[in-house]
Design a protein around this ligand. Structure first.
Ligand SMILES: [Zn+2]
Length: 320
C-alpha cells in the first residue's frame, strides 16, 4: 500500500514496490498472460502495451507512478496531475468484522479500489479511446491500473481494516464504537515497537515465504500448479460488478489477518507532514501465523492472475 512517503522511499531503496511488492504483482501479470494465450484479449493487450512490455511489467506501473516526480514518465506525470487522489485507489478500509463491501459503508469512498476498478473497466469497454472519463485516462493506462489493482484487491489488508479502541480492542465502527483505523495495518509493528509493519509483512514477507515454499525459479507456474482454478473464482454477471464481489470475498479473508492478534504497547505518534496524531501498536504473531498467511497469499496470487485474465477476456470476448 505504501501510503506514506518515508515508507515509499524505503521501498525504493530496498527495491520493493508496494501492494504485493514487485514479485507478487509480476507473478499475477505472468499468470494472467498464460491464461490469455491464444485469445483475442491478449492481442488487444499487446496493442496497448509497448514492445517488450508484458502484463507483469504493466502490473507495477501504478506503484511506480507513486515515486517522486523526477522518476516519472510523461504518461505517469499526466496521470498523477489528473488524479491527485491516486494513492487511495489502491485500497479501502472496510472493518474486517463486516461480511460485505458496501459502496456507502464505513471505509469505502469514491476514490477507493472498487470504484477505481469499475471506472477502469468502463474505460476499456468504451468504443473510443478518449480520456473524457472521471479518471481522465486512456485505455493503455486503464489496462495497467487494472493489472495492478486486481492484485491489490486480493491482498487482504488492502480491503479489510481493523479499528482499535482506547482499550486496545478491535471494534467495528458500524456498531457505533469509536476506534482508530490501522491504516492497512501499517500502524501495527511485528514483535517490537520498531518492528516491520504488519502491512509490509503481508506485502512482501509472505510472498517471499511463498517463493521459498514453492520455488522462486518459475514462481507463476508453481503458483498455478499448487493452487489450480476453482469454479468459485469466476465472477457472476457483468464484468463491471466483479470488483465489488471480489472485495467482499477478500474482506472475508482479511479476518484471518487479525485472528489471534492483540495490539499492545500503544504509542502516540505526533503529527507530521503526512499524518495527524495517531496511535501505533506492537503485535505478536501466533505460531501458526506464518504458514497461514503464506497459504492465503499463495492462493490469492494464483486467483488474482486468473481473475485478471478473466476480466480482460470479458472486455474483449472472442469473435463469434
Ligand atoms: Zn497497490
Amino acid at each position: 500500500m505504501s501510503r506514506f512517503l518515508p515508507l515509499l522511499l524505503a521501498v525504493i531503496l530496498t527495491g520493493h514496490a508496494s501492494g504485493y511488492g514487485n514479485a507478487g504483482h509480476q507473478a499475477i501479470g505472468t499468470i494472467a498472460e498464460r491464461c490469455l494465450e491464444g485469445t483475442r484479449a491478449l492481442k488487444e493487450v499487446r496493442l496497448l502495451l509497448k514492445e517488450g512490455e508484458g502484463l507483469d511489467r504493466a502490473a507495477t506501473w501504478p506503484d511506480r507512478a507513486k515515486l517522486p516526480d523526477k522518476y516519472l514518465s510523461a504518461e505517469m506525470k499526466d496521470f498523477v496531475a489528473n488524479n491527485p487522489e491516486h494513492h487511495s485507489y489502491h485500497y479501502c478500509d472496510i472493518p474486517f468484522q463486516q461480511t460485505v463491501y458496501r459502496k456507502d459503508g464505513i471505509g469505502a469512498n469514491q476514490h477507493d479500489i472498487v470504484h477505481t476498478l469499475e471506472q477502469c473497466i468502463l474505460v476499456l469497454q468504451a468504443k473510443e479511446d478518449k480520456a473524457d472519463n472521471p479518471l481522465k485516462i486512456r485505455k493503455r493506462v486503464a489496462l495497467m491500473l487494472i493489472a495492478h489493482f486486481i492484485g491489490d484487491l486480493h491482498q487482504p489488508l488492502h480491503v479489510g481494516c481493523s479499528y482499535v479502541d482506547d482499550k486496545d480492542q478491535f471494534v467495528d465502527p458500524n456498531t457505533g464504537a469509536k476506534g482508530q483505523a490501522d491504516a492497512g495495518a501499517n500502524y501495527f509493528h511485528v514483535k517490537t515497537p520498531k518492528g516491520s509493519a504488519l502491512h509490509g509483512y503481508w506485502d512482501t514477507q509472505t510472498v517471499k515465504s511463498a517463493r521459498d515454499h514453492l520455488g522462486a525459479e518459475d514462481f507463476p507456474t508453481a503458483l498455478m500448479k499448487a493452487w489450480p482454478v476453482k469454479p468459485e473464482w469466476d465472477g457472476k454477471g457483468a464484468v463491471v460488478t466483479w470488483p465489488i464481489q471480489w472485495a467482499s470475498e477478500t474482506l472475508g479473508r482479511s479476518k484471518s489477518c487479525f485472528d489471534g492478534l492483540k495490539p499492545h504497547n500503544r504509542v502516540l505518534v505526533p503529527k507530521d507532514e503526512k499524518h495527524d496524531n495517531h496511535f501505533e501498536w506492537t503485535v505478536t504473531l501466533p505460531p501458526e501465523y506464518p504458514v497461514r498467511s503464506r497459504d492465503t497469499v499463495e492462493e490469492e496470487l494464483s486467483k488474482a492472475g486468473y481473475r485478471l485474465a478473466a476480466v480482460l477476456k470479458a472486455v474483449w470476448p472472442e469473435a463469434k
